[in-house]
Design a protein around this ligand. Sequence first.
Ligand code: ARG
Length: 301
Amino acid sequence: MLIRTPDDLGTPVAELAALPAVRRVVMANPRDYEVRYAINPHMLDGSGALREVDRDRAREQWRGMKAALEAHGIEVDVVPPLDGHPDLVFCANPALWIPAEAAPDGEPHLVRSRMTHEERRAEVAHLAEHLSVRGLEIEGIEGPADRFEGSGDGLFHPGRRLLWGGVGPRTELAAWAEIGERFDLPVAAIQLVDEHYYHLDTCFAPLDETRCLWFPPAFHEAGAALVRAYFPGAIEVGAREAREELACNAWCPDGRTVFLPDGCPETRAALEAAGFEVVEVACGEFKKAGGAVYCMKLAVC
Ligand code: ARG
C-alpha cells in the first residue's frame, strides 16, 4: 500500500507491527574505491573535474567505521571487492533487505536493485551472490520500474512495519507500489526535488519511533507533511552540513546511538541535546563520491 498523505495509513504508527533493532550489517571491501566517473553532483569539484580520493586514507576511514560499529555490538560481514566497481563500497544501494518480521511469510527477503547507471549494475549480482549463502529469498523487481536503488531509497521506520520510499533520480514510484503490494507493506512515498539529494538516505535518517534527522528543502511538500506527521520530533539539519558533509547519511541502529558523518558539529549538538549518543565517523574520502555512513553498510538483521 502506498502512503501519500498522513491519513492513508489508517492506524497510528505506534500501533503497527514491531520490527527488531538491527544487529548485523554487511560492508563492502573498499579495495577498488575511488572517484572514476560522476553520477551525482558530489563527485565533481568546483571546476567540473572528478574529485580526487586519497585511497589509503579511504581504506583507513572504512576500517575506522567498521571498528566503530563492532565496538557497539554490530556484527559486520564483509563482501569481497569486485574489479572495476569503485562504488560497491556503498552497498546499501544494490539491494533492499526486508527483515523476516516485515514479510508476510515470516522469512527475510533480499530484493535486487535495478541500478540507474550502467557503471554500477554488476554490483547487484555480486552482492546477491555473497548473501545467497545465507539461504535467503532473493528476488527482483518484476514490474515496469527501470530504476530501483534498494536501501539507498528504502528505509524502515525504526521498530515499526513501515517503509519510507524515496522517489527521484534513482527509484521510481512503480518500484514502491510493487514492493508494497508484494509484501503487503505500507510504503510512505517521498518525492525528492534536489539533485544533491539523489537518494532518500542523503536527506533523511530515521532515529527512533518519533524522531528523524532530515533536510526539508530536499522534499516535495507532500513528503515533508508525511515526515512531520509520523516523526513529530523530526530534527532539521542545516544547509551546509546537509550538503557538504552529508549529515543526514547517518545511522541509528538502536534508537539511541547515532553514527554520524564527521564535520557536523551543529547536527551533533542537536542530537546530543535530544539525548542521543553520537559516534562521529570520519568518512571525508567517501563524501567525495556522494556517500557516507548510512550507505556504506546494508542492514541484514
Ligand atoms: N557514487 C555513488 C552513486 O552515486 C554513491 C552512492 C551513495 N549511496 C547512497 N545511498 N547515498 O551511486
